[in-house]
Design a protein around this ligand. Structure first.
Ligand SMILES: [Zn+2]
Length: 172
């Protein structure tokens, strides 16, 4: 997902030690994510950035409701998201690299943008399948689903009936 300006942290002016940043993800974020299933929400993201001479260690903690749709009845479903992610940036310079855990920043970098990592944090914290708690699905859909299940109740295999009759005969 494309970087959002608000998620940029200029780190060169920061003293070594821990710093806390706070972001709120609302409709514009969910629209920009390009994820159709994310219909909206309000997620608080707290970022703790620990700066030292050679490293920036970012701990992300995202909490708040995300609006999804139920996989069973397709009615709106609010998922209470709670996700954590850690991202480390190396300030040693040299070759720029981007493996999953450690990102090496160039010598000239003076800021980092966290949109991509925030997006990943949400992505990983949401379950692949999300359904309402039992009994909480749209009652209209529930009725239709129940009828479908009844309609598809397998009729007893006629061969079993024959076997049963044979057995009955034997036991007589
Ligand atoms: Zn449902």
């Amino acid at each position: 997902m494309e970087a959002i300006q608000d998620h940029t942290i200029a780190f060169t002016g920061l003293k070594d030690g821990e710093h806390t940043f706070h972001f709120v993800l609302e409709q514009p974020f969910f629209d920009a994510s390009g994820e159709e299933e994310w219909e909206g929400g309000r997620v608080d993201v707290e970022v703790t950035l620990d700066k030292s001479t050679y490293l920036l260690v970012c701990n992300l903690h995202a909490t708040g409701p995300v609006q999804l749709r139920c996989d069973r009845c397709n009615a709106p479903l609010e998922f209470p998201l709670d996700g954590k992610q850690r991202q480390i940036f190396s300030l040693t310079g040299g070759e720029e690299s981007d493996d999953d855990e450690l990102v090496t920043l160039s010598d000239t970098a003076h800021s980092i943008n966290l949109t991509h990592y925030i997006y990943e944090c949400l992505r990983l914290a949401l379950p692949i399948r999300h359904v309402h708690a039992p009994g909480q699905c749209d009652p209209e859909v529930e009725k239709v689903l129940e009828r479908l299940i009844v309609d598809h109740e397998p009729t007893p295999d006629p061969r079993w009936e024959v076997l049963k009759e044979l057995k009955n005969k034997e036991s007589k």
